[in-house]
Design a protein around this ligand. Structure first.
Ligand SMILES: O=C(O)[C@@H](CO)OP(=O)(O)O
Ligand SMILES: [Mg+2]
Length: 400
């Protein structure tokens, strides 16, 4: 029933206005699935390769599509193995991870369509009531996502005490609005960055004050615990030649960076710190995890790139205690699941994530529920972000 009869690929817009790959998969019984690739700006050195959309589509049409016809969409591993075989490299540099991930997600949706099940159920999961993935919502940001704003890439609201998905999602939106109020009171104008977070021209130190204040206000209003966290995207701050993290005119050595982050964790009771150190420095990650890993999540994004080999290296070194999962970093849903499973077996928390360049595709909301992820990082406002958040609300409401 789920035998694939056709795969079509097209160029569509992503949220930055760049071309990205969309895939449609049809099965012989009329099942239909559509998936679109997201795209990163602060990409990790070891990610699977994204090709220009047109080139990726041309290569995938030539090499992957003929191999996929006749494969059962319901057998996700078979689909993803066919994609790997068609590509023939370790990093999808032949057909592009953008076409691969779009097809992988579209096939999963086509199979779910045939089975008449929501995607998260087809992917093997159940919604667990109060035990839902907590949305991490970007409310202030800079780095590679906004010029002339903070050095730290993302300040993320974390409504850890929310009683429901819906209350968590609305709390993050309220923090986003409260940040606008606090900035306004301070006379700071702010545009928005790529992910819809405020991108004010203020120092990182002032941004901590602003977010802390906004979180306190909303916490008082809603009556449950809201903390916040960071994506420091430190590989972007790290200068190999100077062997230092560069914050404008100031630099920090690896030891100073560890000290700085450990201090922030304690001062602001941070719930989460992603990529606090360079993507090649497992040792520094291990040291920081040793110091503060009992009270916060130290998450590897550029460090692990959703790759089981890099995650295994991290587990061996004691680096980080959680992993960011981005299907397009590795190219297929099966590979992303493997990373989740390895993480779970070793007590690492899982955070399913969007990219800074996104589309309306809401697959990651299903992936977060299917894998019982503790967190989902997918922005706060903006259509391509709310597509995932609203899908989570629908899943909780059994309305997908
Ligand atoms: O660094 C990140 O975690 C992501 C998403 O927030 O950014 P990008 O997609 O640009 O890599
Ligand atoms: Mg990151």
């Amino acid at each position: 029933m789920t035998r694939i009869t056709s795969v079509s690929l097209r160029r569509v817009l992503d949220s930055r206005g760049n071309p990205t790959v969309e895939a449609d998969v049809l099965t012989e019984s009329g099942g239909f699935g559509r998936g679109a690739a997201p795209s990163g700006a602060s990409t990790g050195e070891y990610e699977a390769i994204e090709l220009p959309a047109s080139e990726s589509i041309a290569k995938a049409r030539e090499h992957a599509v003929p191999r996929l016809e006749g494969v059962y969409a319901g057998d996700q591993r078979a689909v993803d193995n066919a994609l790997r075989a068609a590509d023939g490299t370790d990093d999808f540099s032949a057909i592009g991870a953008n076409s691969a991930v779009a097809i992988s997600m579209a096939a999963a949706k086509a199979a779910a369509d045939v089975l008449g099940a929501p995607l998260y159920q087809h992917l093997g999961g159940a919604f667990r009531g109060e035990n839902f993935p907590v949305p991490l919502g970007n409310v202030v940001g800079g780095g590679e996502h906004a010029k002339e704003a903070t050095h730290i890439q993302e300040f993320l609201a974390a409504p850890v005490g929310a009683p429901s998905v819906s209350e968590a999602v609305f709390a993050n939106a309220a923090v986003h609005a409260a940040v606008a109020d606090v900035l306004d009171e301070r006379g700071v104008p702010a545009a928005k960055g790529d992910e819809g977070a405020w991108a004010p021209p203020i120092s990182d130190a002032e941004a901590f004050e602003v977010v802390d204040e906004a979180v306190d206000r909303v916490e008082d209003e809603v009556g449950f615990e809201i903390r916040f966290g960071l994506d420091m995207a430190a590989a972007e701050l790290y200068d190999d030649d100077r062997e230092a993290y560069v914050y404008g005119d100031e630099t920090k050595s690896a030891d100073e960076q560890i000290e700085y982050v450990a201090g922030l964790v304690d001062e602001y009771d941070l719930a989460y710190v992603e990529d606090p150190l360079d993507e090649n420095d497992y040792e520094a990650f291990a040291e920081l995890t040793d110091r503060v890993g009992d009270r916060t999540l130290i998450c590897g994004d550029d460090l692990f790139v959703t790759n089981v080999e890099r995650l295994q290296d991290g587990i061996d070194a004691g680096a980080a205690n959680s992993i960011l999962i981005k299907p397009n970093q590795i190219g297929t849903l099966s590979d992303a699941f493997d990373a989740v499973e390895l993480a779970a077996r070793n007590g690492y928390e899982t955070v399913i994530s969007h990219r800074s360049g996104e589309t309306e595709d809401a697959t990651i909301a299903h992936l977060a529920v299917a894998t019982d992820a503790g967190y989902i990082k997918t922005g706060t406002v903006g259509g391509e972000r709310t597509a995932k958040l609203n899908e989570l609300v629908r899943i909780a409401d059994d309305a997908v």
